[in-house]
Design a protein around this ligand. Sequence first.
Ligand code: GFB
Length: 314
Amino acid sequence: MFSLDGRRVWVAGHRGMVGSAICRRLESESCDLLTVPRSTLDLTRQADVETWVDAQKPDAIFIAAATVGGILANDTRPAEFIYDNLAIQNSIIEAARKAGVKKLLFLGSSCIYPKFAAQPMREDALLTGELEPTNQWYAIAKIAGIRLCQAYRRQYGCDFISAMPTNLYGPGDNFDLASSHVIPALMSKAHSAKVGKMEFMDVWGTGKARREFMYVDDIADAAIHLMKHYSGEDFVNIGTGADVTIAEIARQICDVVGFNGGLRFDNSKPDGTPQKLLDVGRLTKAGWAAQTELGAGLEATYAWYLNSGKAEAA
Ligand code: GFB
């Protein structure tokens, strides 16, 4: 429906884990890739974003730029999570409309759904219940982004679409324990525990929360697929269709890293949403399915971590 051939394509957030994966995947498309460093353009500045977009004239935009983080970062930095994300998406979406951008994909998150939504979560569960308190700030910004795309489609006829990925991981992830998501956090902890010959490693919460994990190259492929083949007001979940408990993912990570000690669950830390598993019916109908097995994705992520210079030396 929308060919990328010969198009000017801007990936906003190209230094992040998702944005950089979209850039890698776009190398196999015949398009001109546009990126701009943060030092040149602050995406929260409406006027500056409008000037840059008007000068560069992209045909298509992927919004992968966002302030993101794990459960602790969301809970302790609520102002940044709501303000930055609202400002970034407002600036880019309005600039895109003014410059006549032909297609735009906004990326959200599975935390937009109510804390106790029926599983797997269908797109029509949006706004049917209370959000998870730890990440409501981020969720509200992402819900506003969905509505923004829908409103621009209705009022201005813009072909702006939204997709809601599940929990993501992979090369380029953030391994800082204060701000990271669970997979890089546990990989870093298991690695340090192995190097330090420790008996246990700490896992936050009860270990009973369930999460669905997708490898970052899969989300990049899904985003490009939707950009090319999907158009509509309804947003689309992007998931694998399978979830695991935090205890299970912790054990799997220990196996990949080669840490043979035990797990110690820290109940003073929050579990967050008890389960997050997306219904992928709409995505399947759009003709896409995830390819990367969790085990292979974890191996690739650990190999990247070891080569990144961030891992503690043995
Ligand atoms: O990945 P995570 O921070 O994000 O945590 P959420 C997932 C689960 O792993 C929670 C547990 O139940 C955590 O308590 N966990 C165990 C840990 N050990 C650790 C650890 O060392 N570090 C971390 N970070 N978690 C985020 C949202 O929620 O998911 C965001 O806050 C966003 O807004 C993102 O939606 C995808 O899945 O709980």
